[in-house]
Write a protein of this length. Sequence first.
Length: 311
Amino acid sequence: MEVHDSGTGSWIAPAGAKQRTLLAALVVRAGEVLTADRLIDELWGEVPPMSAANALQAHVARLRRLLQTPGEGGRDRIATHPLGYLLRPGRTATDAQQFHRLSAEGRGALAADPARAATVLRRALDLWRGPALEDCGRGAICAREADRLEELRLTTQEALYEASLRMPGARAGELTAELERLTVDHPTHERFYDLLMTALHRSGRRTEALGVYERARRRLVAELGVEPGPALRGRMEAILRQAPEGPPAAPPALPAAAAPAVPPAFAPDAAALLDLGTEIARLRRHVESLSRAHEELARRIDAHLGSRSPG
């Protein structure tokens, strides 16, 4: 957590963990009054010291001095409110804001101009120097923001490699090492497996692409207790069929009809129970059909991999 003074070119870094956490919480909630109790909880958790209120005031005073810039009223950057404290950001920008802007711009250009999208998305990812807010504690405010930023980081990485694969004359083979690393770093993130399978298939490494699917399936079953989703299964089926490769498609949105609905109230009469039993039976048949389809696909993969093994 650092502050850059564009006027002098200097960097200002709070000295201690509590100072960094306080600054991070105020920046994340800039323009919003944070109560003293909320900030105390952010700094000390469930077991604050007896003098937490006084200690918080001391930390705020030090932070005000740290952020003070001659001629700009730096002491007013953090305002005292009857309920707590408020950071006035003014024209100050953050790396997180710039990352959000660049990520949105790059993803918006993905379909029409993948080359430009890739350039902008790389600029967004180049802003990262490590895990988000890693030196600012794990209070509720900082932890929630860190999780949100990390999730968007993954989405931005997905978009970058999708753009790279969409570019005319893309060299898919040059992306496989990076995508392989991402599947290791994020072993339950299906989209990276999908992109890796696409890159391998386009590089003429069909057997390896199918092996990636099987590795993904084993990891998902072992760690989450679920089978691969429809997007990853669809990629594997397309490779088995040797279908012509198009741009990697994003995972399909859940159809509105498949969204869970709140059942209407009904009297537990015989007709309602009969309808419920019919629906349960239909769902059971559907699950059994999916299981048989998956077993057949697994057998086809095993047979293909076995046929390519050295004798």
